[in-house]
Design a protein around this ligand. Structure first.
Ligand SMILES: NC(=O)c1ccc[n+]([C@@H]2O[C@H](COP(=O)([O-])OP(=O)(O)OC[C@H]3O[C@@H](n4cnc5c(N)ncnc54)[C@H](O)[C@@H]3O)[C@@H](O)[C@H]2O)c1
Length: 312
């Protein structure tokens, strides 16, 4: 495990005798003050307290977020968006330098939370277990890493199939159950996974990736069903086509790039920062009644079939 410290990182108290019990208690009280308490399944709906400040619904102050894949693309934009709304953010990536670069972009203004970097290869199951221990009490977990081997199914090898499933599903499962356990014990938390428009629509060459993105939705929904009574919300963001290193091979093909841009209602590719708002929303009390759902951020890709625009 390698730590980087561009900001001020507070390790898991159980691993750090330097953190006093009084500080832990103060942290806990402060955090509880800032997190809406979940309804118990038996509580009448009318007992839900109205938020004191509707203008602060999206604020994430005094919460700790872990964003996996924060070194690039959508994960980077989400990490910065969440920190800009006040949460302390641990930028996790297998590429430590990339995670540090993201953490160094933290704003210094009063509304920003601290950002730190942590190296983790999520394919290493034991390292994931250690990270869950190291990172301690986490209020917000965002999982973004995925891989796509674009190949038609008849050409796919078993090894390629396994590698896509290993990262897109198994690693997501390890992370979400690992961090979800502590959230359930503490009675609060928000878990956000990264699905895709490919969970609903596919094309030749997207089979295994699309399968994992649809599978991830059901993993998240089941986790939502199982952890909801303990105050943990679980949702997915489903991006459309977003300009990131993952989609660089498409950008390199002019015709392919243009065709994807034209397919959505908005007629263009998305930019990574356009995903940040969805993550902030799902992480925050603004989404306190939102769980088990999929939020499409796709410029309308999945709303239309895109074949033809009839004359008006
Ligand atoms: N870019 C798009 O057009 C698009 C569209 C739909 C869905 N998505 C989904 O959004 C998510 C993020 O995509 P992106 O385009 O930002 O990708 P990206 O390749 O730009 O970033 C992925 C990040 O994850 C990290 N990572 C990869 N494997 C890792 C591992 N084993 N352990 C730890 N970190 C690892 C990488 O180092 C990188 O920083 C993915 O789940 C992807 O399927 C992307």
């Amino acid at each position: 495990m390698i730590w980087a410290n561009p900001g001020v990182w507070t390790p898991n108290p159980s691993h750090s005798p330097a953190i006093s019990g009084a500080r832990r208690l103060a942290d806990t009280i402060e955090r509880m003050d800032n997190v809406a308490q979940p309804l118990t399944p038996t509580a009448p709906a009318t007992s839900a307290p109205a938020p004191a400040d509707l203008g602060a619904l999206f604020r994430l102050d005094a919460r700790r977020a872990v964003v996996i894949g924060a070194g690039s693309g959508i994960g980077q934009a989400i990490a910065l968006g969440i920190a800009a709304h006040g949460a302390e953010v641990v930028c996790v990536d297998r590429d430590l330098a990339a995670a540090q670069t993201t953490a160094h972009q933290a704003g210094t203004g009063p509304g920003w939370g601290a950002m730190t970097a942590y190296q983790l290869d999520v394919l290493d199951t034991q390292a994931v277990t250690r990270a869950v221990e190291d990172l301690g009490a986490v209020d917000i977990l965002v999982v973004t890493p995925a891989v796509n081997v674009r190949k038609r199914l008849l050409s796919y090898t078993g090894e390629e199939f396994d590698s896509v499933v290993r990262l897109n599903l198994r690693a997501a499962f390890d992370l979400m159950t690992g961090f979800g356990r502590g959230m359930a014990q503490r009675g609060r938390g928000s878990i956000i996974g990264c699905s895709s428009i490919r969970s609903l629509t596919t094309e030749p060459g997207q089979g295994v990736y699309a399968m994992t993105k649809a599978g991830l939705v059901m993993l998240l929904r089941t986790l939502a069903a199982e952890l909801g009574p303990q105050g943990v919300r679980v949702n997915a963001i489903a991006p459309g086509v977003i300009d990131t290193p993952l989609t660089a091979p498409i950008k390199a093909d002019e015709q392919w790039y243009a065709a994807y841009g034209a397919k959505s209602i908005l007629g263009r590719w998305g930019r990574p920062h356009e995903l940040a708002g969805a993550a902030v929303y799902l992480a925050s009390d603004a989404a306190s009644y939102v769980t088990g759902t999929v939020l499409f951020v796709d410029g309308g890709w999945t709303a239309i079939d895109g074949r033809f625009t009839p004359p008006s």
